[in-house]
Design a protein around this ligand. Structure first.
Ligand code: CTP
Ligand code: MG
Length: 223
């Protein structure tokens, strides 16, 4: 494997409701983070995994993941971007392809990890998995009054893992300003082209209670 994967897992999971850090919430009896790391480790390209855990849970997360895969665990930061930066700083010399993958996308297939890594290996600087947007999208103003309808055909919903040539991601984080919700956004600001590959519905981000219920169903039926 020539790929390092950074796993931001330090979020609180506010939108999922009460119950502790989201990455440690259970899905089919195992923490979301365990599902995510197991699927990453099963991807043949993956050589190194660095997890950014909630600062209070670093030792617990190390113990939790030790039987799953060899991983490095570092304390995350207050924003996702800071957690990714902390994990990036812990990648040893060697891997020249770096993927960033949300622990919250616990059921992401190993095949998607491989396809993102393969696109970077084939020469892309930055690669994101995307799905078409299925809903009609409106822009709204004050008091939820519609300003207009957006051309859906030009929109994509973006998932992780996002893949980067290592130097590209390092430079983008070094230049980063206000926190963004994904790493490709930082790379775009550097003027680097970002390429899309087809995403997977199984890579849904478990955000709200409905998503966790859906993931439980997908796990039982083959996720
Ligand atoms: N994340 C992180 N460090 C943070 C915030 C988020 O590592 N300070 C991680 C989360 O653990 C998650 C991923 O970034 O794996 C995507 O974030 P999100 O789905 O928003 O998770 P949370 O921030 O935990 O959820 P919420 O926004 O509902 O609190
Ligand atoms: Mg969040």
């Amino acid at each position: 494997g020539d790929v390092a994967v950074l796993v931001p897992a330090a979020g609180a999971g506010v939108r999922l409701g009460p119950g502790g850090p989201k990455a440690l919430r259970l899905l089919g009896g195992e923490p979301l983070l365990v599902h995510a790391v197991r699927r990453l480790a099963a991807a043949p390209s993956v050589h190194t995994i660095v997890v950014a855990a909630p600062a209070a849970e670093v030792t617990a997360v190390r113990d939790l993941l030790a039987p799953v895969a060899p991983v490095t665990v570092v304390p995350g930061g207050a924003e996702r971007q800071a957690s990714v930066a902390a994990a990036l700083a812990a990648v040893p010399a060697g891997p020249e392809i770096v993927l960033v993958h949300d622990a919250a996308r616990a059921l992401t297939p190993s095949d998607l990890v491989e396809s993102v890594a393969a696109a970077v290996r084939a020469g892309r600087d930055a690669v994101i998995p995307v799905l078409p947007v299925v809903d009609t999208i409106k822009e709204v103003g004050v008091d939820e009054v519609v300003l207009g309808t957006v051309d859906r055909s030009a929109l994509r919903a973006v998932q992780t893992p996002q893949g980067f040539r290592r130097a590209v991601l390092t430079a983008a984080h070094a230049a980063a300003g206000d926190p963004l919700t994904d790493d490709a956004g930082l790379v775009e600001k550097q003027g680097v082209p970002v390429s899309c590959v087809p995403g997977s519905e199984y890579a849904l981000k478990i955000t709200r209670p409905f998503d966790l219920a859906l993931a439980e169903h997908l796990l039982v039926t083959g996720g």
